[in-house]
Design a binder for this molecule. Structure first.
Ligand code: FAD
Length: 470
């Protein structure tokens, strides 16, 4: 046999973790022609009876969609999602006011996590050079030899070697443990005081109980509830609250009293009995933010997705950032011709500042979503930003738009936002000062007959605020 006509044997890539990012990443590596092996602790969720996991649905936006597009999955996933064009803010009295996410036609999508994961696993499996290994839990691995030890539920163990190990095993990554033992590895993890609990809002007469094309938010300063629509016409409501508040509620009646005080309009929609029951079904879950650097060890191992950067869920970017990791890695692979000893350090260099920026932004939004949206100044500024964006679409771009509807690098979006914010605030101050001087001058020149003036400033202000939200 003529060995020169045979293509060189492709390297073996082991993707550890078959969650959202691992399954998508398997497609990226398979597309490049590597021999891909995915190792996942859980059994195959496509055939399992009970699927344990985190949030039932999540918001997919531009970055995540771009990554799906790379592997030909965008259309399919988008067709299974529900567009959400605006936030719908629920006041204490039950009044609902929309705040659009961006320009007309811009929306985020509510997608079913389990279904997305299943679709990605099936997509990975369509590549003949990919093998999915379920019931394989990474126990340990050796950073020198690259040998990984997996345990199966029957107690058997397997030692496996690969040319590249891709750690996509989530916020509590077992792959990352070896990084922690190395010198000059930076690591921080922060649990926020809030936990989350999911509650289901069933359909009413076969229809959605609330308007479906919105991300519903009940901001109550110290805590909040949100609701995302599902294809089966239910909503998944997520209550975010400090653990100590969750623990104060110990009986069904206390749940109802709490909802009557803070979310009265949601009681008939979720149902009194369901609320009393479901609140105690599962304990509130913790949320952690993890930052680390570097993301690689030599040319052997790289972390992506939550394993590299778990973020709190308040910007709806955790999965989107993880999906974007796959594109960035792919771009660096092109740039360095798949030379892993150059690709891995470059990936760390370009990606760390961006993932750290989104971790910080998510923490910032943790306050913005539950508290700032209740402030009139904040709403006023949102309108000013949106109007300026319409007038000068290239100069002023709202932060949310950059993060959600573009692939502007996260750290550049933050820098630009800080600059814009300074400029807009200065201009507003200048306008206000100018108006005050101009107004005083006119008043001095032509003093009005005060008794004839019948202007209600507060009403005008409220009209102005209502203008952009309706
Ligand atoms: P995971 O989804 O955690 O997957 C890790 C996989 O690795 C799992 O399948 C696990 O079983 C497997 N695994 C773990 N350990 C091992 C091991 N030792 N060996 C083998 N396999 C292992 N993001 C958004 O973009 N939009 C949102 O709206 C959004 N909402 C969210 C709401 C909540 C309440 C939460 C908690 C998160 C939300 N996120 C959202 C974030 C999103 O869930 C994560 O960023 C995303 O799941 C990360 O994917 P991943 O594949 O990196 O990790």
């Amino acid at each position: 046999e003529d060995s020169s006509s045979k293509p060189a044997k492709k390297k073996v890539v082991a993707v550890v973790g078959g969650g959202l990012v691992g399954a998508l990443n398997a497609c990226f590596f398979a597309k490049r022609g590597f021999d891909v092996e995915v190792f996942e602790t859980r059994e195959d969720i496509r055939t399992a009876k009970i699927v344990k996991g985190r949030s039932i649905n999540l918001a997919l936006s531009h970055r995540g969609r771009s990554a799906l597009k790379h592997v030909g999955m965008e259309e399919k996933i988008v067709s299974q999602g529900i567009p959400m064009h605006a936030r719908m803010i629920h006041s204490l009295t039950g009044k609902q006011s929309p705040i659009p996410y961006g320009k007309k036609g811009q929306y985020i999508l509510s997608v079913d996590r389990a279904n997305l994961n299943k679709e990605l696993l099936s997509a990975a499996e369509t590549y003949p050079n990919t093998k999915l290994n379920f019931d394989h839990k990474l126990q340990d691995w050796n950073a020198e030899t690259g040998i990984m030890t997996f345990v199966r539920s029957d107690g058997t163990k397997a030692n496996i070697e690969a040319d590249l190990i891709v750690g996509c095993d989530g916020a509590f990554s077992a792959i990352r443990k070896q990084f922690l033992r190395r010198s000059r590895f930076n690591y921080s993890q922060t649990y926020i005081p809030h936990g989350y609990m999911e509650l289901t809002m069933p359909p009413i007469n076969g229809e959605f109980a609330m308007k479906p094309n919105y991300l519903h938010i009940w901001p109550r300063n110290k805590f909040m509830m949100i609701a995302l629509p599902n294809l089966d016409k239910t909503f998944t409501c997520t209550l975010f609250m400090p653990f100590e508040e969750f623990e104060k509620i110990t009986t069904g009646d206390e749940v109802i009293t709490f909802f009557q005080t803070y979310f009265p309009d949601a009681i008939p929609l979720i149902g009194v009995d369901a609320l009393k029951r479901d609140y105690f079904r599962l304990p509130a879950q913790a949320m952690v933010s993890v930052k680390c650097s570097p993301y690689h060890i030599g040319d052997k191992c790289v972390l992506m997705g939550d394993a590299a950067h778990a973020v709190v869920p308040f910007y709806g970017q955790g999965m989107n950032a993880g999906f974007e990791d796959c594109i960035v890695f792919d771009e660096v692979m092109n740039q360095f011709n798949e030379d892993l000893s150059a690709v891995l350090p470059e990936y760390t260099r370009v990606r760390v500042p961006d993932d750290h920026a989104i971790a910080d932004l998510a923490m910032y939004n943790y306050v913005e979503m539950r508290a700032h949206v209740n402030s009139k100044w904040f709403l006023f500024r949102k309108h000013v930003d949106n109007i300026l964006h319409l007038l000068m679409p290239k100069t002023i771009i709202p932060l949310y738009t950059m993060v959600t509807f573009t692939r502007t690098r996260y750290h550049e979006a933050v820098k630009r936002w800080q600059w814009q914010d300074k400029m807009i605030n200065r201009s507003l101050l200048l306008c206000a000062t100018g108006a005050a001087f101009g107004g005083s001058y006119l008043l001095i020149k032509n003093p009005p007959d005060i008794s004839k003036l019948n202007i209600n400033i507060e009403k005008l202000w409220n009209r102005f605020l209502a203008f952009g939200t309706s």
